[in-house]
Each structure stands twice: as C-alpha cells, then as structure tokens.
Write a protein that binds this ligand. Structure first.
Ligand SMILES: Cc1cc2nc3c(=O)[nH]c(=O)nc-3n(C[C@H](O)[C@H](O)[C@H](O)COP(=O)(O)OP(=O)(O)OC[C@H]3O[C@@H](n4cnc5c(N)ncnc54)[C@H](O)[C@@H]3O)c2cc1C
Length: 411
C-alpha cells in the first residue's frame, strides 16, 4: 500500500519503520524538519515505570496550591479557560475511581510494552547506543507527600518494578548535590533515558528515508477519506493520494481527525525547559522533583531542567518566566547551583487527552485512516509500542496488547 504518515515527530518517524518492515510505500509529511515539535525538547525519559493517569484526586488536591502561583507547576491562561472547560470536565470524569482503575490498567499494558518495543526497534536500526540506563530517582521535600506516595510505590513493587527507598541522607549519598530540603527518595534502577530526544527523532526519521520512505516538507491542510482511498490537500503542493493515512501530528491532530469525522478532546499541555552545559547541576541521574512538576535529565547534549503544565492553546506566545520560576524552585534543592544561568530555553506542546491515554486505532468512520496521537507526557516512552500496535492493525495481526482502551470510539 501507499501509506502516508502526517507528522514526523517521534511517533510518525517510529511508525514509519513498522510499515517499511511490511514492505509498504511510506510517505512522511511534515512542514518542519523531523523532530521539531514536542519531540525536540522533551526530558528524554523512557518513563515505562509510570503506571498512573494524571487525572486523580491527588491532582485536584494539588491544583489550588499550584494555581495560586501564576508561574507554578500548573497554570491556565484565564482567556483560555472557556475553551478548556470541556477538557477539564473530562479530566474530572477520568479522576473517578472506576475510570482511573481502567486507565491505570491501560497505561500499565502500554508502558509494559514500551521499553521492549524500543529495544527491538533501536537494535534493528543499529541505534541502541541512544539509550542511557542510569535509572530514575524521585525526590520529595515534604514528609507528608513522601508518606502519601507509599501506596503507589507499593503498587509498583507489586507489579515487579524494583524500587529502593531512601531518607534524605540516603538520597544525598546517591547524589551529593542535594541539600537538606530533600527528605526522601525512591530509586528506580530499571529506569532509562535517551541521549537526546531530538537527535533520536532525527536519527529514526533519517533511517526511514534511507530505508526508502519519502519525506515531503508540507503542511496537510485537510483530509478527504472515501472507500477508494484518502486524498490530502497540502499547502502549496498538489494533492497527495494514499491507500491509508496515519495521523501522527501530535498536538495539531485534532482538525485532521475532525476531517474524517472523529471528534477528539485533544488539547495541549505546554511544557518548558532550559538546557545548561553538561554537568552544571552535578546530578548523575534523571530526577523527578515530586510535587514540583519538574524533572532534570543528564542528557548528552546538556543538563535539562523541564516540566510545568500550561494550558494556553497552541498559538499563545511562550512565557519564558516559567523557566526562571523552575530554576528558582531547583535552587531550593541544589544549594550549589546558585549562579546566573545562560542556556537554551524552550517551550513545547504536549498532545494531551484528559484520560492520559493516547488515541491509537482506526477512525470510527474510515478504516483507511489510523490515529496515532495524544501521548501527552509519554510520547517518547510510548512511540515504539504505538508503532507496534499500528503495525499489527495494518497487517491485520493480533495486537501485542489489547488496543481497545486507546480507540477513538471511547469519546
Ligand atoms: C517539557 C516536556 C517534557 C517532556 N518529557 C517527556 C519525557 O521525558 N518522556 C516522554 O515520553 N515524553 C515526554 N514529553 C512528551 C513528548 O515530548 C510528546 O508526547 C511527544 O514528543 C509527542 O510526539 P508526536 O510525534 O506525537 O508529536 P510532535 O513531536 O509534536 O510531532 C508532531 C509533528 O506533526 C507536525 N504537524 C503538525 N501539523 C501538521 C500538519 N497539518 N501536516 C503535517 N504535519 C503536521 C509537526 O510539525 C510536528 O513535527 C515531554 C513533553 C514536554 C513538552
């Protein structure tokens, strides 16, 4: 088949290889260079040990504290609130016990596939050297929050996830850069990250082109699907025709899905970061700062500090004061990190669905359109697993995990 993938982020680029494996004629379309969207500047974590949806009583509990600080871990631009209301309503529904339990099972299944799928794909492409296996460390500065996290840690242990717990002194033995504010930590030795998320995306997209995929630099303006095939209208380029289309345009996928009759509650949680010279922070391992909405990553390309969730839509200008606010929070944890910092600042658009599950599967109305977007905080983690699911759907084979929780029909 001639299969066109819309979007050359980590999802589109990785899906391309599954389809090339099956001998299809693959076209990737993106107006930007591969790895220009959210896949460019993320934290680089393969977060396959995470098991919980974001929607939770804990999120609602933290929300007032976060919202009081306009530069805190979560913010909603007031002008955007009316457009966000349906999303927040769905987020509320997804926080109910039953929905949360089902969402947890779906995340456990998808994240359980995530690392083995990456290992298979990277080995097949000769790119395994992009993986860094230094584990992941979560740290807490509030004793009550550390205590409240214990049931989740117990649930992870019950799933066979190795976790070692430390008090503040134990954390400082692992990572001496931490100051006294750290009161506890959880060390996940099986955690891993990538050398640099943009480099990985570019390498995977380049490998797809080397394997015969065609890369077209254009924006897909609209889709028209019929039983005979799918026609795409491109900006400034004549129409493209395909037997099958995969929509992998990240946070920009909503209007494309709408063209084929699928209404998806996709929005964007904008995230921010800064990348400093390698070694600036003095942290050997990736660290999650629990309750701060912030992580650090010792990437090969530099020490990255990132996080925050900002609901402001796709087009509002970035507010880089958020980066300074994160740096201020980080200085509480790392007393040695005091200097004025110059580094690359970045804002990216996470493609987010209120139930924290991506949309993976055929369009409800057109079997020749497959959705592969909405991975929120986990697009890098879940890209290879998503590609295996899409590959199985295209080949008509049994999927490696139950794809039902990710179907577009759930909305
Ligand atoms: C601050 C931050 C930190 C993060 N950290 C992590 C992490 O540590 N681990 C993790 O797993 N995830 C992380 N994420 C999430 C992750 O970055 C995303 O889930 C992932 O990059 C989404 O990939 P994608 O390919 O779907 O989207 P993108 O990378 O955004 O790619 C979409 C592509 O589609 C193209 N496009 C858009 N519209 C059109 C159109 N009409 N026609 C053609 N092309 C189009 C865009 O140009 C873009 O290149 C983080 C995100 C942020 C913002």
């Amino acid at each position: 088949m001639r299969i066109t993938i819309i979007g050359a982020g980590i999802i589109g680029a990785t899906v391309a290889h599954e389809l090339l494996d099956q001998g299809h004629d693959v076209v990737l379309i993106d107006p930007e260079e591969p790895g220009s969207g959210a896949s460019r500047g993320n934290a680089g974590w393969i977060a396959h040990l995470d098991i919980l949806p974001l929607a939770s009583p804990k999120a609602w509990h933290n929300m007032p504290r976060w919202m009081l600080d306009p530069l805190g871990p979560l913010s909603i631009r007031p002008a955007y609130l009316p457009r966000l209301a349906p999303y927040l309503l769905r987020f509320l529904l997804a926080s109910r016990a039953g929905a949360r339990a089902a969402g947890t099972q779906a995340i456990i299944a998808l994240n359980g596939l995530a690392l083995p799928a990456w290992e298979r794909r990277l080995a097949a492409l000769g790119l395994s050297d992009h993986l860094r296996r230094r584990g992941l460390l979560s740290v807490w500065s509030r004793p009550a929050d550390f205590a409240a996290a214990q049931p989740v840690i117990e649930a992870q242990k019950a799933l066979g996830i190795a976790v070692e717990l430390f008090d503040g002194a134990g954390v400082r033995r692992l990572e001496p850069a931490f100051g006294p504010v750290v009161v506890g930590g959880a060390w996940y030795p099986a955690g891993c990250h990538v050398a640099d998320p943009r480099d990985l995306t570019v390498a995977i997209a380049s490998a797809a082109v080397q394997r015969g995929a065609t890369l077209i630099r254009a924006k897909v303006e609209s889709l028209d699907a019929t039983a005979e095939g799918v026609r795409l209208t491109l900006a400034g380029v004549p129409r493209e025709a395909a037997d099958l289309v995969v929509i992998a345009a990240g946070a920009w996928s909503r209007p494309l899905a709408s063209d084929v009759g699928d209404a998806v509650p996709l929005d964007t949680e904008r995230g921010y970061n800064i990348t400093l010279a390698r070694g600036t922070l003095g942290l050997e391992r990736p660290v999650m700062f629990e309750g701060e909405g912030m992580v650090t990553s010792p990437l090969d390309s530099g020490d990255r500090i990132g996080g925050a969730v900002e609901f402001a839509g796709l087009d509002a200008p970035a507010n880089m004061a958020r980066v300074d606010a994160m740096l201020a929070r980080l200085r509480r944890f790392l007393p040695g990190f005091t200097d004025g910092v110059v580094g690359e600042r970045w804002m990216g658009c996470r493609p987010s669905i209120p139930d924290s599950l991506p949309v993976i599967g055929r369009s409800a109305r057109h079997a020749n359109v497959i959705h592969a977007f909405g991975h929120g905080h986990y697009g890098l983690t879940q890209a290879a697993a998503t590609a295996e699911l899409v590959g199985a759907m295209v080949a008509g084979q049994a999927a490696p995990i139950d794809p039902a929780p990710f179907a577009v029909t759930r909305f």
